[in-house]
Design a protein around this ligand. Structure first.
Ligand SMILES: C[S@@+](CC[C@H](N)C(=O)[O-])C[C@H]1O[C@@H](n2cnc3c(N)ncnc32)[C@H](O)[C@@H]1O
Length: 273
């Protein structure tokens, strides 16, 4: 483990790329007239959120002899950044065949297809042997999966002893309000997300066969920042109709979440003993 730490410390930081949008954001872009979301993303990428994610993935402590599993890989952006910055081998999985095709194409185009492979698989039932991976990353993906504990049990199974997990999750921050802010429920419905029980996370990791290494509230430089940026108009880019005023009463708008402090984002780092 000490060797891993030294290797990782000498490397340039890992820069994950946010390339996958939740379904309603994808719809918005398809309907939208401009590069609004591209402009938003560029602005987010230049900002604090990136530095936060650098630190997040450095907790994987991976190097070029390691094999990383990207659980819920989207179209492969964060995984390809890990390969680029660490030299690690990466397998990415997504429930979406389309994403997997795109991710493999992007890996090919980036000249990384020898180190990064993407395939369709369900995180609830991973098609890998026990102890196959040195590290598992799961950015904004467990939030969509039907049973966190089942996914974490699978993660523990496919990690080698000493292997690391880094994931992000969403949760309701204290003090919890009753009733819950309606925008949180709207967000969850629109993006097919469920909230984690932050108080029970450590016990859940334990039951799954993992041990906590770090639990951090990263709301301010991730979720809140994203909502703030997406809610603001971007100069020189038109806002797609679906992100602005709409007649659909239940369609989430990023401004719905401004000031909703109790909607939190959690960074979890764990290890398989
Ligand atoms: C919001 S995207 C995040 C993508 C990527 N991690 C990122 O940060 O850009 C959520 C991802 O989780 C995947 N996903 C959702 N449920 C899944 C499941 N049961 N098994 C595997 N992947 C799943 C989706 O297909 C998608 O790739």
């Amino acid at each position: 483990m000490a060797g891993r730490c030294r290797r990782s410390a000498n490397r340039p930081p890992v820069v994950p790329s946010r390339t996958c949008c939740p379904p309603s954001r994808r719809t918005s872009r398809a309907r939208g007239p401009s590069d609004f979301l591209t402009a938003c993303r560029r602005r987010l990428h230049d900002g604090q959120q990136w530095r936060a994610h650098l630190r997040d993935l450095e907790r994987l402590l991976v190097g070029e002899t390691d094999h990383v599993l990207d659980l819920g890989c989207g179209v492969g952006g964060p995984g390809l950044r890990v390969v680029e910055r660490t030299g690690a081998r990466l397998t990415g999985i997504s429930i979406s065949e389309e994403q997997v095709k795109t991710a493999n194409r992007l890996a090919e185009e980036a000249g990384r297809a020898d180190r990064a492979v993407f395939r369709r698989a369900d995180a609830m039932e991973l098609p890998f042997e026990d102890g196959s991976f040195d590290a598992v990353m799961a950015l904004e993906s467990i939030i969509h999966m039907p049973d966190r504990e089942q996914v974490l049990t699978e993660v523990a199974r496919v990690l080698r002893p000493g292997g690391r997990l880094v994931l992000t999750d969403v949760f309701e921050r204290a003090p919890r309000k009753t009733p819950r802010h309606p925008s949180i429920d709207k967000f969850c419905r629109n993006f097919m997300v469920t909230l984690a029980d932050a108080d029970g996370y450590v016990a859940m990791l334990h039951r799954a066969g993992l041990r906590l290494r770090g639990l951090l509230d990263i709301t301010e430089h991730t979720m809140q920042r994203t909502f703030e940026e997406l809610a603001r108009p971007v100069e020189g880019a038109d806002r797609p109709e679906a992100l602005g005023q709409t007649n659909l009463p239940d369609l989430f708008h990023p401004s719905d979440m401004l000031g909703v402090d109790e909607f939190g984002c959690l960074l979890v780092a764990a290890v398989r003993p």
